[in-house]
Design a protein around this ligand. Structure first.
Ligand code: ZN
Length: 139
């Protein structure tokens, strides 16, 4: 069995943002040389997510608005977590809702997606460098 590991770095200039990272994951798959197996892609930070959905601008804006209704950033005093001196209580909750990781089957050297599936990095407390782990195993 072959094993491949890579860290992808992102620096979202605003507090929140969504990035389609499918091209980077495809590059990892090419580098790995793995034809049959699984790819795990996970955020390495507890205020960011990796998820799969449609790369459609309206939908991404809907996520942003829905998450902000669910866990508004302001007022920051509404979160007990922020009593630690941080201001990212909302970001931890948004990450929990959108998830930590995805697993994608690798078949014949490609990501075995359903129609329209794309891999996204979801940032909820940006303006700093953060990592995503790509781990691919198989043969
Ligand atoms: Zn925090």
């Amino acid at each position: 069995m072959k094993s491949y590991r890579k860290e992808l770095w992102f620096n979202v200039p605003g507090r929140r943002g969504f990035i389609n990272i499918t091209p980077q994951v495809l590059r990892c798959l090419d580098e790995s040389g793995i034809r049959e197996g699984f790819a795990l892609v996970n955020a390495m930070h507890i205020t960011a997510s990796v998820f799969i959905n449609d790369d459609e601008q309206g939908l991404l804006q809907d996520y942003e608005e829905w998450l902000e209704k669910l866990a508004p950033h302001e007022p920051t005093s509404q979160y007990r977590h922020n009593l630690t001196g941080e201001d990212n209580g909302d970001a931890h909750i948004k990450r929990q809702v959108m998830g930590r990781e995805v697993v994608v089957a690798i078949t014949e050297g490609r990501l075995d997606f359903g129609p329209w599936e794309q891999i996204f990095y979801g940032e909820f407390d940006g303006r700093r460098r953060k990592r995503v782990l790509v781990k691919i195993i198989g043969e």
